[in-house]
Every structure is written in C-alpha cells, then in structure tokens.
Design a protein around this ligand. Sequence first.
Ligand code: ADP
Ligand code: MG
Length: 291
Amino acid sequence: ATPTAIMVGTGVGAGAGVLVKAGDHLELAHKVNVVVFDKTGTITSGRPTVTDIWLADGTTEAELLSRAGALERQSEHPLGAAVVRCATDASVQLVDASDVQAVPGRGIKGVVDGHIVRVGNRRWLEEMGMTSFPDEQLANFESAGKTAVIVACDERVLGVLAIADTVKDDARSTVAKLQRMGIEVWMITGDNERTARCVAEEVGIHHVMAGVLPADKSAEVDGLRKLGRVVAMVGDGINDAPALVAADIGIAMGTGADVALQAADIALMRGNTHGVVDTIRLSNATMRKIR
Ligand code: ADP
Ligand code: MG
C-alpha cells in the first residue's frame, strides 16, 4: 500500500470513529476471514441486571442479597455491579466480609460470619466439591440467555441470581453483514454454554466457544490462526487483552478497559459493533486504491 492511501484511509477511519494505530493493520484487515466477538460488553451492553431470584428453603431474599452483595461490592466484574445494584435497590444492609478474593472466570469468595461464601458459576462450585444444585432453575435461567449466579454458604446453595444483559442494537445487523462478506463469525465467552448459545442465536452467530477461562481465550484465537485463518478479535475487557494480542488484528471497544485499548491495534470509538464492518470496508477501499 502506498503511504498516501494508508494516510487517507486512516483519516477516513478516524472520521468514522475507527482509530487505527498503525497502517499495516489497515492493510491486513481486508484479509480477515474470521471475526471472534467477546460476549459481555462487546455483543451485549455490559450493564447487566438481576432479573430473577431463586431461594433455597430457609433462605430469605435479604440474607441472600446481603451476603452476595458484601462480596460483590469488592468486585470489578460487571456481574458484581449488578448484584450490588440489586441489593441497594432492595435496601438490603450489606454485611461485613473478610478475605474477599475474585477468582477469574469463576466468581468471588470471602468469609462472612465465619462461613465461606462463594458467588459464582456452577462449574466452580463443582470444582469445590459441591454436588447438589437446583438444576431446573439453572436450566430455565440459562435457556433464557441469563447468567445464573449461584450463592453458596460453605457447601450449601442459598440461592440463585439470574442476571440478564441486553444485546447491542446493531449486533445482529453487524453479524449478518460480516457473514454476507464471507466472513465466519464466532463468539467467545467465559459464560456457560446454554446462556452463550441463546445470546449467540439472538444475533445470528452460529459458532460459539463457551466456558472459556480468561487465561485460555488467547489459546482459542491461536487455534483458529493455526488452521490458517486470518482472525480479528473484538473485545472490551481486561480478560480479552491477551486474545486481542494473539489475533492477527485486535479490535477494542472504545468503551472498554484501558488494558484492552492498549492491547488492540484498532479502537472503535463509537462503542458499537458496526465499527468492525466499517474497519473491513475501509481496508478493502484502501487496498483497491493501491492496486
Ligand atoms: P466473560 O467472558 O463473559 O467476560 P468472565 O470470564 O469474566 O466472562 O466470567 C465468566 C463467568 O464466571 C461468568 O459468567 C460468571 O458465571 C462467573 N463470574 C466471574 N466473576 C464473577 C463475579 N464477580 N460474580 C459472579 N460470577 C462471576
Ligand atoms: Mg467483555
């Protein structure tokens, strides 16, 4: 590509809210044949809310929210913020928690009244040796596309918070446009399979990698590259940074974490998914001008 074409392309991109860090990414983008989207905060708004609460026998809603909220107020995870908002809205007094520790891709734990409280997903609690879960409730929440967050005290389930996040307005049309351009679209998430499939279906994505631990996202991107694909990874979170680096092109949501923006080659300042289409179109146009 001539320096002039790249310069013009970069300028046009900036006008459309697509910030390209270096010209070679603009050249490479037209070769992309796989786009991998992170789910939370990229396909979805990333501002989830608690929509349903299921209580085990003997637990009150105030008890559940006060314990879960006590831990989650020390969390930086969007799910944590949803739990705290729910507790605040219900005017629940949060109890004291000590030794609070976030466990990436799994949940958060701490000590409340001498008991170990865990707030997180089923897989994690199974790893911790728990065997009894409200299967039917979990299935109902997950097949509605909600993240089922389990609150456990020692080895006992106290209840489940169903947390929903809405998909971005433009996500479905972005996916359709990419697919019409012959690009394979994937979604990757740490969330469970059932919830992930439901959200993916809502926006027309057929390829889903679910239950992927934060540390493994980049390996999944590498796997696609090893198959010979040219991969663009689109994400917003701290968790996504290694995958943004591993991809041929890392695209960060301008609304995302600083770490993600630093790791990315391209930033979408409008925070919507359509910027991915704009990026590839811009690259096509730039390359046409040079050849
Ligand atoms: P994503 O890939 O969607 O950004 P994460 O890797 O951050 O997801 O988290 C994966 C899963 O781990 C969540 O869907 C949730 O089940 C659980 N989890 C992580 N952090 C928390 C938390 N603070 N509270 C409750 N659950 C959590
Ligand atoms: Mg995210």
